[in-house]
Design a protein around this ligand. Structure first.
Ligand SMILES: [Zn+2]
Length: 309
């Protein structure tokens, strides 16, 4: 069932959906934590609610209806998401925090206490965490496009030929490890706390799903802040001059600062992204094939995957 595109409800949902989720889901989780729900449970519930809502709205308001059709990559996406976002973070996050503990303590001793402002209102701490996380992750992602060795692994994420919310989780484990390290680097050194991380993860899920979702959303002025929906669709373009842009994890702030902001709609060009994915027609579609792809000879040449048109 699809909603009537000409209805007032459709118009309203296009604009209200993302703001409602990015504020509402972390707020609901915080309320639950205040009522003695463990922050890990509240975090998982918030992320699951976000996923369910995107799944439903991809059917109610599809941006491109044919992107809702299966193309043989469902099992790959499900396995990849489970490994990269279910199993790996449980192993990597404690390792990174332990690895960075010396630096965190050293910075705290220099500053005469933790650099993290834990006395700030919780919403302000989540915003600060978004800024701190994106500071490292922007460069982690940009280097994954510009350093041939890193591109080998990041190409897996760009292999999707249609966008749907779950594509956010399609990542090679090495790529995921690199991205998590660059994202956690600044916040961990500042000494961020677990509950703030939990709310941030919900907001990150809302943004990550919004980057890849097949929902016909309108962000308007929120494109000044968030790197989602049409901005990230350009990042998946087959044309390298379009996709080597918009690197932010949640925010578009650093792309605007460092000159990689790409948004043709801002200049009245509303054609939308063309073909997405990699140019290499032989790139494997199954999980094991994509796990092995970065180790194949010659796979460090971006031109093999994303040649100029
Ligand atoms: Zn990328």
């Amino acid at each position: 069932m699809q909603l009537n595109k000409n209805s007032k409800l459709y118009w309203f949902l296009q604009r209200a959906y993302f703001p409602a989720l990015i504020v509402g889901l972390p707020a609901a989780a915080w309320l639950a934590i205040q009522n003695n729900v463990h922050f890990a449970v509240a975090t998982y519930a918030g992320v699951a609610a976000a996923g369910l809502l995107y799944f439903v709205f991809e059917r109610l308001m599809p941006y491109r209806p044919h992107w809702n059709q299966l193309d043989g990559d469902l099992s790959n996406d499900l396995i990849s998401g489970t490994v990269a976002y279910g199993i790996l973070p449980k192993i990597l996050s404690p390792l990174y925090i332990a690895f960075l503990a010396g630096g965190t303590a050293w910075l705290a001793s220099l500053a005469g206490g933790s650099l993290w402002p834990s006395d700030w209102p919780i919403a302000a701490q989540v915003v600060l965490l978004m800024l701190a996380g994106d500071a490292g992750r922007y460069w982690g992602h940009r280097l994954a496009h510009e350093v041939p060795f890193l591109w080998r692994f990041h190409a897996v994420h760009h292999s999707a030929t249609r966008l749907w919310f779950w594509n956010a989780t399609r990542q090679h484990p090495v790529d995921k490890a690199w991205f998590t390290f660059t994202e956690l680097l600044v916040p961990t050194l500042m000494g961020v706390h677990g509950e703030v991380l939990g709310l941030y993860l919900i907001a990150t899920a809302v943004c990550g799903f919004a980057q890849h979702c097949n929902v016909d959303l309108k962000l308007g002025p929120l494109y000044w802040l968030f790197n989602v929906v049409e901005l990230h669709r350009w990042h998946h373009s087959k044309k390298i001059e379009e996709s080597d842009n918009n690197y932010g994890n949640n925010l578009i702030v650093y792309d605007r600062i460092f000159g990689t902001y790409f948004h043709p709609e801002n200049n009245g060009d509303n054609r939308g992204v063309g073909e997405i994915g990699l140019l290499n027609p032989d790139y494997p579609k199954n999980y094991l094939g994509q796990l092995a792809a970065p180790f194949k000879k010659g796979s460090d040449k971006p031109a093999d995957y994303q040649a100029q048109p």
